[in-house]
Design a protein around this ligand. Structure first.
Ligand SMILES: NC(=O)c1ccc[n+]([C@@H]2O[C@H](COP(=O)([O-])OP(=O)(O)OC[C@H]3O[C@@H](n4cnc5c(N)ncnc54)[C@H](O)[C@@H]3O)[C@@H](O)[C@H]2O)c1
Ligand SMILES: O=C(O)[C@H](O)COP(=O)(O)O
Length: 530
């Protein structure tokens, strides 16, 4: 099936997502679950997309083995099992499903809070062993208690709303969220130390990163209120498990509810023998509703991306609505062509790329347009595949600073895109517009007014403005049996330099370019294919 897009599902997902993928005639799906890193490396090379949950580890080695890989879909929220940097460097888009299982996880958090406050699992175990000891399981009310939420994103906010409804006092710590947003969700902002010292229940809802690894360590546990309880439905690595065990054994922490562990499953973990701990097997997202929702959403995102290039909710691309993306598509094509032209006119290391949007296009999100200019600039310079996922990373690696600006004001055109490329001792500016709202069209090179459709092959010269130059160029092209399809000559009027942009039927051979370069009137010559 040479033209079929190959998708590998490497963790179990709800059947509705698989059914949705099956409705795409161009997509073929294979399912192979339970593969370790080695197994994935062997399996991945022919696949265009990989869909996983939290079990499969999509490491740099897996990504590098995925020679055809264009997309990785995570049917869930946490992407700590995917090497995002490696995916970005290799131009692979990563999707997750940021909302689809959030309510389900918030509900498990509240369930764990209730289990801890009323000793439900312990009481259940007691009754099953034929005991009847109501006085042993006297609990505490949640109403009136203080809950401290660490990480106030999607799930943290849902937990806050639910805790407020239970008449709890809600505190929140999140270095990236404003107190105003917290207030909207009935939570009061605190710094971490103050939250830990004041909360009866502390619940974690931040991602696992290098910065948050072991966020709750021995020091932070000892800073918690004596008799407080800890709930972790986010990621195991957020808590130093050894320190938590110590704090549970001394009774300083009265109880913990853990849905996630540093190593899953936590076989042989000392938590298993701890009676004041409630353990669940990473159930946060495990409801029928959430499983169906994450599966369908990830299938939709991956299929849409593979078949149309749309990537509305990618982890490693700016968020742009489908509507904005498709409306600016013709301008993206224009920016790509202008980037290619500016790159072809600059045979030197580039230090800066400036993308300026004028007129109506200034109302659009500039990012999908800018990134196409970067792709156009870089793609002929680099051996590796350049696309909108890795373009900015590759530009930075090349020492190119990318800037963009927008202005509603423009003369003569409804919309105009100008691209300026700065290299040592030289900067080149090209500007273009869309004819008929679709056709990319060049209107200027530096200060020269030049009209040409942006496509096909060109010969470009910058030469002394004197009679006979264009005739000489025409003679060389004729000798090479290359037809001229159009010609633009630009004079500045201020300096005795002119330019010629000649549309040609085929690329000029290198020896003809060298011959033109050797002419004393020629300052610069480039063969350009757009
Ligand atoms: N147990 C499960 O099955 C399950 C299910 C879904 C999500 N999760 C996990 O829950 C966590 C939260 O998910 P979400 O959808 O709310 O994510 P989110 O991205 O919407 O929110 C995370 C929040 O954490 C904040 N944050 C980042 N660094 C922080 C730090 N150092 N201290 C405090 N806050 C910090 C961010 O600013 C953000 O607001 C993730 O780790 C996710 O993997 C687990
Ligand atoms: O981050 C998530 O979405 C949860 O951890 C759920 O992961 P799972 O669906 O792989 O269990």
């Amino acid at each position: 099936m040479p033209d079929t897009l190959q998708v590998l599902i490497a963790d179990p997902i709800h059947e509705d997502g698989r059914k949705l993928l099956a409705t795409y005639p161009d997509i073929h799906v294979d399912i192979a679950t339970g593969l370790d890193e080695e197994g994935l490396i062997l399996k991945i090379p022919t696949y265009d997309a990989l869909i996983v949950r939290s079990k499969s580890r999509v490491t740099r080695s897996v990504i590098e083995a995925g020679r055809a890989l264009k997309a990785i879909g995570r049917a869930g929220i946490g992407v700590d099992n995917i090497d995002i940097s490696a995916a970005t460097e290799h131009g692979i888009v990563v999707f997750n499903t940021p909302d689809a299982n959030a309510t389900t996880t918030a509900e498990l958090t509240v369930a764990h809070m209730m289990s801890l406050s009323r000793h439900l699992p312990q009481a259940d175990r007691s009754v099953r062993s034929n005991e009847w000891q109501p006085t042993r399981f006297v609990g505490t009310e949640l109403a009136g208690k203080t809950v401290g939420i660490i990480g106030f994103g999607t799930i943290g906010r849902l937990v806050a709303e639910r805790c407020a409804a239970l008449k709890m006092k809600v505190l929140a710590y999140d270095p990236y969220v404003t107190p105003e947003i917290m207030c909207q969700y009935s939570a009061a902002q605190r710094n971490l130390d103050s939250l830990l010292a004041s909360s009866d229940y502390v619940t974690l809802h931040c991602p696992l990163t290098d910065k948050t690894h072991n966020l709750i360590d021995a020091t932070r546990l000892s800073a918690m209120k004596s008799g407080a309880r800890l709930i972790n439905c986010a990621r195991g690595g957020l808590v130093d498990e050894k320190a938590l065990l110590d704090a549970l054994r001394t009774g300083h922490i009265a109880g913990a509810a853990l849905d996630v562990f540093a190593k899953e499953p936590p076989l042989g973990s000392e938590f298993i023998a701890c009676d004041n701990v409630v353990l669940t097997p990473h159930l946060g997202a495990s409801t029928k509703e959430a499983q169906q929702a994450v599966s369908v959403q990830i299938a939709e995102d991956v299929a849409k991306f593979l078949t149309t290039g749309e990537a509305e909710s990618a982890v490693n691309l700016p968020r742009v609505s489908s509507e904005q993306f498709s409306q600016s598509r013709p301008y993206q094509t224009l920016a790509l062509a202008l980037g290619r032209l500016a790159g072809a006119l600059t045979e030197a290391p580039i230090s800066e790329l400036v993308v300026r949007l004028f007129g109506r296009i200034a109302d659009f999100d500039p990012r999908p347009i800018t990134v196409e200019a970067v792709i156009g600039l870089l793609e002929s310079r680099l051996a590796e595949r350049v696309n909108r996922v890795n373009a900015t990373h590759l530009a930075t690696a090349q020492g190119i600073e990318v800037r963009e600006s927008r202005s509603q004001h423009v003369r003569d055109y409804l919309s105009l895109i100008e691209i300026c490329v700065v290299a040592p001792n030289k900067s080149t500016t090209v500007a273009g517009t869309l004819l008929g709202g679709r056709q990319p069209h060049l209107v200027r090179i530096d200060s020269y007014h030049v009209e040409a459709p942006l496509g096909g092959h060109f010969l470009f010269t910058r030469h002394r403005d004197q009679p006979g130059v264009v005739g000489t160029l025409g003679g060389i092209l004729g000798r090479e049996k290359i037809n001229i399809s159009r010609m633009n000559v630009g004079v500045d009027g201020m300096v005795d330099t002119a330019i010629a942009l000649i549309g040609v039927s085929a690329p000029l051979p290198e020896n003809a370019i060298a011959e033109i370069r050797a002419l004393p009137v020629i300052f610069e010559v480039f063969g350009i294919s757009l």
